[in-house]
Design a protein around this ligand. Structure first.
Ligand SMILES: [Zn+2]
Ligand SMILES: [Zn+2]
Length: 349
């Protein structure tokens, strides 16, 4: 089968490799669409993210969808021909974290496109069937490839305690900021303000239903929030950037007793924050790491029309052009909201 292999930094080539053999409990999935994630671009450009270092050639890509073409022994939840989305990590189900239900924190997590584990920029993957979800009839395979980033937004909204009537501030209007905004609106937030320093991202946010967009390099965010909340501040603030200025915007604009969810991992992770201000407001801080048990919810929300996810796609590429696609996305980070790769000529709808 064909696979796009990252052979060294900024060198990706389509190679012929062995097609995976489906194991017991697994399904063989013909990949239809794969989204290009910020992490893929980071590995492509730098060969590492923090402690995860690319040491051997690797197949990137983890935001994928496809069609089941073969079943391993014992698989009961899926049929050949089902259009599906695999959750890109599977856990050991044995460690203390798995047993406590927090499988996303598993010590033995095997996560696609995180070295040394291969991802899905290839024709087929074989994957544990219990982590593969059938797409509802009215959800396209293309939308299926967007479920993974959406899951992060939904998890962030849940952890922040967003409920009907909440006033929410989302910092950062990249892909994750946008899916977070969509999730907050779907959970009934009455006002969602989203910020960025790039107007094209704010325009996308506007088109996707933001109540207010603020370019923080030009406008006074605090004044707007004071105005619309009678000086109270926002109930929930979700930071999708992860740098000192946004963390302090979060603290400054969070209501007393409100909650802040930290999603973005910016630069090296060192931030400075005015702790006194945060403590005197008795702010609840939460973080999220990937997601757990969210894919079924995400699929249902898209299927029910509560979230319209497809408009997040800003660029599309064919698998044959994947090397050019990676280079383009790397060089146009400010323009690209979400790039998606069509993996074969006959990709399911
Ligand atoms: Zn991703
Ligand atoms: Zn585990």
């Amino acid at each position: 089968m064909k696979a796009a292999v990252l052979t060294e930094i900024r060198k990706m080539a389509i190679q012929d490799i062995d097609k995976p053999v489906v194991q017991s409990g697994q399904v063989l999935i013909k990949i239809d669409y794969v989204g290009i994630c910020g992490s893929d671009v980071h590995y492509y450009e730098h060969g590492r993210i923090g402690d995860f270092v690319v040491k051997e050639p690797i197949i990137l890509g983890h935001e994928c969808s496809g069609t089941v073409v073969e079943k391993g022994e014992g698989v009961k939840n899926l049929r050949v021909g089902d259009r599906v989305v695999p959750e890109p990590g599977y856990a050991c189900n044995k460690c203390a974290f798995c047993k406590s239900g927090k499988y996303n924190l598993c010590e033995e997590m095997i996560f696609m496109a995180t070295p040394p584990v291969d991802g899905s920029f290839c024709e087929y993957i074989s994957y544990p069937a219990d982590m593969v979800f059938k797409l509802p009839e009215n959800v396209s395979t293309k939308e299926g490839a967007l479920i993974e980033p959406l899951a992060i937004g939904i998890y962030a909204a849940q952890r922040g305690g967003v409920f009907p009537g909440s006033k929410v501030l989302v910092l950062g209007a990249g892909c994750i900021g946008l899916v977070t905004m969509l999730a907050c609106k779907a959970y009934g937030a009455s006002q969602v303000i989203i910020t960025d320093v790039l107007d094209n991202r704010l325009k996308a946010a506007d088109n996707m239903g933001a109540d207010f967009t603020v370019n923080t390099s030009q406008k006074d965010l605090h004044a707007l929030i004071a105005d619309i909340t009678d000086d109270m501040g926002m109930d929930v603030v979700i930071d999708c950037v992860g740098i000192s200025p946004t963390i302090n915007d979060a603290v400054d604009n969070c209501k007393k007793g409100g909650s802040i969810v930290l999603v973005g991992m910016g630069s090296d992770g060192n931030v400075s924050i005015n702790l006194n201000r945060a403590i005197s407001k008795e702010i609840d801080f939460t973080t999220i790491f990937r997601y757990r048990n969210i894919f079924p919810t995400a699929l249902k929300m898209v299927s029910d029309g509560k979230i319209d996810i497809k408009n997040i796609i800003s660029h599309s590429f064919d698998f044959e052009d994947i090397a050019g696609a990676m280079e383009f996305v790397m060089n146009n980070k400010e323009k690209v909201v979400k790039a998606i790769v069509k993996m074969n000529k006959t990709s399911a709808r």
